[in-house]
Design a protein around this ligand. Structure first.
Ligand SMILES: [Zn+2]
Length: 369
């Protein structure tokens, strides 16, 4: 199975001159698209009909390759508008009453508004960072010897797809470039162990199988706290921490046949919903938690393990035996239910609740064995 994901990067690093030039090209491109729409709209064109003779019909200074791009976009716009939109039930009812099925079937000729260009690899090349920018998108063979180099800064969302195949086709608008990434994904495993993971500071990860992972990481975090933020030593310590976390997670996935991993959703961490976020902020910042989740998620992907998250609301205060929920059930690393007396290590209790919250929830049904 192939999946495709797109990511947008800002055009704000483009100089005003280059921007003007880009918009000029966009206006011309748009004119050519509309020229082709006029032709394709009245005739039943398909991809096969897009020959050199057709491209050359348009009077423009754009290159043959650019004409090709605009013809393709024109055809796509015609084809998507040609399919009758889905009619609503009430529309169908009116048509039945009138015995006329053309009432709501009006077609509207599309129009290109010079707000975007879809450019193929014949125009676009992507180069890895010279100087301070991460990548350069170079548009060449546009026509009139125009060449536009666009500096782009990668951001967190973009960087997530480092291991994916970056397509050289792009969508370019007046404010951003949209890149697309592709990856071949194997289907998820249908058998194996289901675990909930509680992420914390004393133990990096505690699983619902009562495994305590990365308990030695705490010293690395304390080490970072001692360093001046932004200093070389600080950056080095952070790198070391990331490496160690990666090793812990990797080893765990290598040694265990997993089917599903359930974690707590990130966004609620800021609130003190689970009674330990203060501790979190002091020691393992939100950023670290996000990064840890990303590392876990990456390893689920590599190992074809399903990955889900649940609302963290009071997962550390609820008794997994009788469901009694009270803040006082938890005392540091110890959990003791004030209702039924069940007692266990507190993070382990959290991981049981995380796992069960998913399995007993709406989306957990298909994972029941
Ligand atoms: Zn209980």
């Amino acid at each position: 199975m192939k999946i495709k994901i797109s990511s947008k990067c800002s055009l704000k690093f483009l100089t005003e001159d280059k921007k003007r030039q880009l918009f000029e090209v966009m206006e011309e491109y748009s004119g050519v698209v509309n020229f082709f729409i006029d032709i394709f709209w009245l005739n039943d064109f398909t991809k096969k009909d897009l020959t050199k003779d057709v491209y050359n019909l348009s009077p423009t200074w754009l290159s043959a390759r650019m004409k090709q791009c605009s013809a393709r976009e024109a055809l796509a716009m015609c084809q998507s508008n040609n399919q009758y939109r889905n009619k609503s039930n009430s529309e169908l009812e009116v048509e039945r009453l009138l015995d006329d099925n053309t009432v709501f079937s009006e077609k509207v000729k599309p129009h290109h508004h010079a707000r975007r260009m879809i450019l193929s690899s014949q125009i676009v090349s992507i180069e890895q960072g010279r100087n301070s920018f991460d990548i350069w998108v170079i548009l060449s063979a546009i026509g009139e010897k125009i060449k536009i180099s666009i500096p782009v800064r990668q951001h967190r969302h973009f960087n997530q797809f480092n291991s994916w195949k970056l397509s050289t086709s792009i969508v370019i608008t007046r404010t951003y470039i949209q890149f697309s990434f592709e990856k071949e994904i194997e289907p998820k495993k249908q058998s194996g162990v289901i675990v909930g993971m509680d992420v914390g500071i004393n133990h990096l990860i505690v699983t619902s199988d009562k495994e305590f992972l990365g308990s030695e990481i705490k010293s690395s975090i304390i080490d970072i706290k001692r360093k001046r933020q932004g200093s070389k030593a600080y950056i080095r310590a952070k790198k070391t921490l990331k490496y160690r976390i990666n090793q812990v997670v990797k080893e765990y996935f290598n040694n265990k046949n997993l089917r599903l991993v359930v974690v707590e959703k990130l966004h609620n961490l800021k609130k003190s919903a689970n009674g330990r976020s203060k501790e979190f902020r002091k020691t393992l910042s939100n950023w670290n938690y996000r990064e840890l989740l990303e590392i876990i998620q990456k390893h689920t992907e590599i190992n074809r393990v399903s990955f889900r998250s649940v609302n963290p609301y009071k997962t550390s205060q609820m008794c997994p035996v009788c469901n009694h929920t009270q803040r006082e059930n938890r005392n540091g690393e110890n959990f003791k239910c004030l209702e039924c007396g069940f007692s266990e290590q507190a993070d382990y209790v959290g991981s049981l609740n995380i796992r069960d919250r998913f399995l007993t929830g709406r989306y957990g049904a298909c994972f029941k064995t």
